[in-house]
Write a protein that binds this ligand. Sequence first.
Ligand SMILES: [Zn+2]
Length: 567
Amino acid sequence: MSRCPRFVAIAALLTATACASPPATPPASPAPPTPAHPILVTLVVDQLAAWIASDRFDLLPSDGGFARLRREGTTVRAMRYEHAVTDTAPGHSALYTGVVPAVSGIFANEVLAEGGRSASVLEDPATRLVAEGGVIDRPGSSLARLKVETLADELRAEHPDATIIALSIKDRGALFAAGRHPTAAVWLDVKSNRFVTSTAFAKTLPPWAAATLALRHAEASTWDLLDRSWVTSHSATPDDEAGEGDIPGYGTVFPHHLGAAQRPELAFRTSPFADDVLLAMGLAALDAEHAGEHETLLALSLSANDYISHTFGPDSWEAWDELLRLDRSLATFFTGLDSRFGTNGYAVLLTADHGSNAMPEVGRHAFCDAPAPDAWKRACAPAHRVMPDDLARTLVAAARDALGPGDWVAGVSDPYVYLTPAARTLDAARRATLNDALKKTTLATPGVAAFYDTHALPVPCPPFADESVDALVCRSVLPGAADFYVVLRPGSFFDPSIVVGKGTSHGSPYLYDRTVPLLARAPGRIAAGARVEEATFDTFAATAASMLGITQLVLLHPRVIPVGHSR
Ligand SMILES: [Zn+2]
């Protein structure tokens, strides 16, 4: 049993000493001068579940990036999200605002748009994408739907000359960290296969963000195993495990030739090289934007782990190799930070936006036969891929059966079902008939556990002490934004449609999707080698604010920071 506390408040994390063990690595010599202003690097490893960290971090080499962070900082074993919709946009927004989706307004990755299509929750028709060479005539992304201020917004308000850089392979990885007035917010637009920003933030793309050569080099590369014996000794599955997705031309077994893929950009983001390009871009941005001369936030959301798990599953050889390669790349990245700022001159927070779920095809897991119940509530019963389009078709038909001809169901953008305006204006009796029919039909779908009428959720939602599915769903839903919320059974998931019908996904209210690790390193401020069992997600924003010397970010209840509040 650990001597560490089971719960850590931010004050405790900053001063944790009870679990402190080995001293930090000695500083490199000669050390660059310590920057006069705080420098914080935040790393969000997309889909890095607490159960993966717990099972696998000890297996990584002692000279890797994860071991260094654990040695030099405090490790929170399980940081819990307090919402059910464990997806990328809700997760990143929760991290960088300290509030749940029902409050932030970021209640899903995607919303149902005109014509029944799903559109990014960040898509903003009032903006345009900006690439190297100028504006692309396609809608850009913005934080228009975000209802609260972010960590970066507060940093900008208190330190107008702060350097704020946020980078990712996807917009929802970059924007919540960037806030509304970043120095730069850059992500890979996979449709144009270029790094971009949005007119919401800038009229031009910073020169360091073009990264075209690095991108092309990576897309011409071959991804082979870094250490075959390490991967094969730890992975419980074969390289060609059933259920792995084949991005056309990329294949399901090593080596993966990125250039052989019909769309090399899809292969690129599904390879460790996506992390490497982003980490290199981060260092280039720090140099170009005079980091350290002012308060500095460099926020990187590393998406490769997510795309690799969605495609091949978290137990695949690909996922194991990604972790090992990321570990090595992080070590190199930290050495780059050492050389710029000295080992004591910067702070690092590393976490994830949500957890991960095994592929249904992978056989019985060892934890299913362990004497104690699984701490992460991973599923052992058969699981299902629920196809959103199939569910939508079924519900459209069920609504017509119940009410007669008419368009009643607008569509499904998981985990939500949307009604049409006609359905929303039905009289109470017919609306009840419709609701009953949709509920009955949804609950009859294999893999479905519960069906919530979002208009009937309690106001306000229960406090964080309540982690029932009811409470987690309540804290996910922006009132009025959608009509029904569908919760799936443990192990089941909405098909991510990256490779249709293959791979895996997240998004459930269960602990395997809802807990992530938090590694916090700030020499002299956060205990080295300490371990803490658990924390809630707002520990991330609170710690980041403290590292940056932000005084206005209110992180005790009530947590809402209305946009435009007076200072
Ligand atoms: Zn994610």
